[in-house]
Design a protein around this ligand. Structure first.
Ligand SMILES: [Zn+2]
Length: 438
């Protein structure tokens, strides 16, 4: 112990000596530096401080105009006007909103003789349009301005999540941190096979892998598509995979290559409650017993209504007690009808071709109706039929080379899902943070 202490002493004194030498060296270097800087200062004295570009961030206030904000920042009226004009090609200056930020830059002019304010001129401006796009403006050689669109590169990132269903699929999925548009897409994918009012039980599971489009900084731009989704519901386990077919169409298939898409959707609306089934009932407006020749879904006003299948619009307009009404012809025997709409979707008129799942209108309460709901009818050979009772054809099945390609694709997605959920705690906590940050 003692010898160790002695040794330590020796070491520290040695260190002291060394650092003393260093100090000496350092101070002579400092002297040398001081000498050098003095010399430099003398040489650099004549041009004085070289004017540096000035950059500012301007914030739009209530009632501000773009030209006005530029003028307040010291841009001359005619320059501000020219700048706004040059920018108009890509950005409507009237779209500017309070709180929006504008970056501007002023560069020194080579004109030192004039007064102080003329030593700088307005040279650049940048306005963010959204998370990826911004419009930039630059002074040209001939003292005009030119603008262009700048776009950040975005990447698609895969996320996974799992919801254990307690009461509703929607509520439990939201609690698990699955973004609302992803939940809506999942409901949409299964809407041919699952009646979300009756089939969902506590203990059911939703598993999902979806894309998110992000900027390089990891800021979400928008939700991408569901790549894989598994719903274990009421004893039926249905894993489903997104797949692009040879003809370019994209669809969701079970692991055997069977499309979930049926000729008609059971529920042509998201998250709605079945409020009145098909059959005899006491009419809510007329008060007497009357055959209800359709199915009612209660939903908030404005909820999108989907075309239950591919087809052609046969009628879109007001129709007696049905209010705003759309009827689609799907094939020689099948039609569907949608009533009491608030309004029709853009482009929905007689003769329009529609795809299954396309929005055709929005829930309202026009016509003979007590509150916002969709009255939905399936017509078979011209007569209203109970949608629960008619036999709907199965979806498309992948065959031969497409099936081989699909099976390979399924293996890849399964591996991807497994590797993303292998779940080091770090990855999963990051994932959670990201999904709840929205
Ligand atoms: Zn009805």
């Amino acid at each position: 112990m003692q010898s160790g202490a002695v040794n330590m002493g020796a070491v520290s004194s040695l260190t002291y000596e060394v650092s003393g030498a260093e100090e000496k060296l350092a101070s002579s270097q400092k002297r040398l530096q001081r000498y050098n800087t003095q010399e430099k200062t003398i040489v650099a004295f004549t041009p004085k401080a070289v004017p540096q570009p000035k950059e500012k961030t301007l914030k739009i206030g209530k009632g501000d105009t773009l030209a006005g904000v530029l003028q307040n920042a010291g841009v001359g009226a005619s320059e501000a006007y020219k700048a706004v004009l040059a920018m108009e090609k890509y950005y409507d200056p009237r779209k500017i909103r309070p709180g929006q930020k504008i970056q501007v830059r002023f560069d020194p002019t080579d004109n030192p003789n004039t007064n102080k304010s003329a030593q700088y001129h307005f040279s650049e401006m940048k306005i963010d349009i959204d998370a990826i796009k911004s419009v930039s403006l630059k002074r040209t050689e001939d003292n005009g301005f030119e603008s262009r669109i700048l776009e950040k590169e975005v990447t698609s990132r895969l996320y996974t999540n799992k919801a254990n269903i307690e009461v509703s699929l929607y509520g439990s999925a939201q609690k698990a941190g699955i973004p609302a548009p992803v939940i809506a897409q999942a409901i949409h994918i299964f809407s041919w096979d699952v009646d979300f009012q009756r089939d969902i039980r506590k203990g059911d599971v939703l598993e999902v892998m979806y894309e998110q489009i992000e900027t390089p900084e990891g800021i979400k731009v928008k939700n991408g598509d569901i790549i894989y989704v598994r719903l274990d519901v009421n004893g039926h386990d249905i894993p489903v995979y997104r797949f692009k077919m040879d003809d370019g169409d994209i669809d969701y298939f079970t692991a055997n290559g069977v499309s979930l898409r049926k000729a008609l959707m059971q529920t042509p609306i998201d998250g709605a409650r079945l409020s009145s089934g098909f059959g005899m009932r006491k009419h809510p407006v007329l008060g007497y017993n009357k055959m209800h020749k359709g199915v009612d879904f209660a939903a908030p006003r404005g909820t999108p209504i989907y075309a239950a299948g591919d087809g052609t619009i046969e009628k879109a307009g007001p129709w007696k007690s049905y209010g705003n009404y759309v009827r689609i012809r799907h094939n020689a025997t099948l039609k569907t009808a949608y009533a009491h709409m608030k309004k029709f979707a853009k482009g929905i008129r007689n003769g329009t071709r529609v795809k299954q799942g396309q929005v055709i209108g929005y829930v309202g309460t026009t016509g003979r109706s007590t509150g916002p709901h969709l009255h939905y009818e399936v017509l078979q050979n011209g007569r209203q039929a109970n949608p629960k009772k008619i036999n709907l054809p199965q979806g498309e099945t992948l065959k031969s080379t497409q099936l081989t390609a699909f099976k390979k694709h399924v293996k890849k997605l399964d591996r991807q899902y497994a590797s993303l959920t292998k779940g080091t705690t770090l990855a999963s906590s990051q994932k959670k943070k990201r999904t709840t940050m929205r």
